[in-house]
Design a binder for this molecule. Structure first.
Ligand code: ADP
Ligand code: MG
Length: 318
């Protein structure tokens, strides 16, 4: 554990050094600094790291589900745009390998992804697309979830990119595939705040429960969006069912973040390759997305951004 923590600190320092930032003096970087090879060794003064200067303050929220095809991508994209229109700065990382389609939902085409940045030194700007209202979108490729296959240098680059995003965003949404995939599960483990999208379909509910069971839910903030319910009553029934079993068997307290009804304009938006929130601002789904965005922003005002980026990195690499 200590070794891992030290490795992470080294990686983060390396990443900051590459960005031209001051690196905190640690035993290791003092020992390995060229000055230490001199006989009459004088330790150069390195200014101490200022508090909070190294990482910004984004809320990193993983969006997942038990089962695929429940509306994660469309919820993420439209919620992001709703938050942008509240003046928040939002980034979306598309991390669904099977069906990476954040860009399609936005009517954009991404030519490059995270792997071009990590493996081929492509600049961050080149893999970042700017969507409606300034929304930032990055296609994940397999880079974000497949950490075991990255070497130290590549991890430094990933940390670099995440910290750039962290500084320039209020929210970073990571749109994953279905949550029962092993690498998705380990990514969810790293994030404190999770949005779990569920539909009234019984298998969607049981699979959502399986995700909760697999991610150590007690210290997590799991927010449920019930999508495609036919009525508010059905939506709260779905939430209650899940909450009762999650509480009883796992001690997990879930939050009902909101519901989005079955709305033909969601599909019309997809067909037109335009987010429904922009194309049909007054349709039922848009009204509910607006409510969810407001709720998220209010939570932020009340409790602050409980997500620490450093904590996220620590969990991601341990
Ligand atoms: N609220 C909704 N009302 C109607 N159809 C929806 C709604 N949400 C999602 N859909 C349908 O579900 C499909 C899958 O949505 P998508 O966001 O791609 O799911 P996921 O990312 O979970 O795989 C969409 O193509 C759309 O047809
Ligand atoms: Mg999707």
């Amino acid at each position: 554990m200590n070794d891992q923590a030290q490795r992470l600190r080294d990686l983060i320092n390396k990443s900051r050094a590459e960005r031209g930032e001051t690196v905190a003096p640690t035993k290791q970087n003092l020992v390995s600094s060229p000055a230490s090879n001199l006989k009459e060794e004088k330790l150069t003064f390195v200014p101490p790291v200022q508090k909070r200067e190294d990482f910004g303050d984004a809320r990193i929220i993983t969006v997942t589900s038990g089962k695929g095809g429940v509306g994660k991508t469309n919820m993420t994209v439209n919620l992001s745009i709703a938050l942008q229109s509240l003046g928040k700065r939002v980034s979306v990382i598309d991390a669904d390998l099977g069906l990476a389609n954040v860009d399609l939902a936005l009517g954009m085409v991404s030519r490059y992804n995270l792997l071009h940045y990590i493996k081929q030194d492509m600049p961050a700007e080149q893999i970042t697309m700017t969507g409606p209202l300034g929304l930032q979108v990055i296609s994940g490729g397999s880079g974000l979830l497949d950490l075991v296959n990255l070497n130290d240098n590549e991890i430094v680059k990933l940390v670099n990119l995440l910290s750039i995003l962290n500084k320039s965003s209020d929210y970073i949404f990571v749109d994953t595939g279905a949550g029962l995939n092993k690498s998705v599960l380990s990514f969810i483990e790293a994030t404190k705040e999770v949005i779990l999208v569920v539909t009234p379909d019984p298998t969607s509910i049981t699979d959502a429960y399986a995700v909760i069971k697999n991610v150590n839910p007690v210290d997590k903030d799991i927010k449920i969006i019930v999508n495609m319910a036919d009525s508010m009553k059905e939506s709260s029934d779905v939430f209650n069912k899940l909450q009762i079993v999650a509480d009883k068997f796992l001690g997990a307290k879930l939050t009902h973040l909101g519901s989005v009804p079955n709305d033909v304009n969601v599909r019309n938006g997809i067909r037109a390759q335009e987010p429904f929130y922009l194309k049909f601002p007054n349709t039922a789904a848009s009204k509910n997305i607006r409510e969810i965005a407001n709720t998220l922003a209010q939570i932020e005002q009340k409790v602050g951004k409980t997500n620490s980026f450093k904590g996220f990195l620590k969990r991601l690499f341990s």
